[in-house]
Design a protein around this ligand. Sequence first.
Ligand code: ZN
Length: 265
Amino acid sequence: MDESDRLVNSEAFVITQMDYGEADRLYTIFTRSRGKVRAFARGVRKSKSRKAGHLQPLSLINLMLAKGQSAWVITQADTVEPYETIKNDLHKTANAFYIFELVNRFAPEDEAVFPLFNLVKETMSRINGEDDLFMVNKYFELKLLKITGYMPNLSTCIQCGEAILPQDQYFSAAQGGILCPRCGARHPDARKISMLALKYLRFIQRSSYHELGKAHLSQGVKDEMNSIMLYYLTYINEKAFNTPFFIHQLEANDSNKGKNNEPGK
Ligand SMILES: [Zn+2]
């Protein structure tokens, strides 16, 4: 290993952090130049640590990393973009944590994936600056699947190869895509998907972000798209996700509050 491999300067996001020993922390970070890595920061729990303030989840930071004998050590940290709007809004915070939960599950260790890093950065800017997070979220999921090689087939029936007709279909996580009504009925694991939910997933799959524009989807179609994507992502990961449940609770709370604001209540 030569010197350039032992010292790295990279943009990064903190994914998780854990106290370690007397005053240290062990971080999982997603870096531009090394992908997902584990790195120690020495003495960051002491009050005079300058690094501690910059090693925050939900900020884009710049790090200096040095390869120790067994692990990376963070020698310097500076905030590049704090995304204040995200941190001051519970919905935005929850959605951003969902992005990092996905990154933690899908990003390989010690391997740079530049398109994924760029996607995460763009997505953080969108969560920070935009009000409607549904499309931001679905766009991220589908592009993540593309980058990591899990893009579902949404165009033809996975089983018989028939073109998908404009009617309700089935989606099978195990098969990795759409099954026509005839084939879908023979796969007990497959879930029904409405024509409209499938249409929008296909639209997002083939579009760039700026082509999406403002789509006005009913809550029913949004719920269906959320549910199908989560079913597929969970199947690939073989493990449930934590943040979607929290986001769902937040949204349910909001709609209840709306009802309670009616006069006389
Ligand atoms: Zn078929």
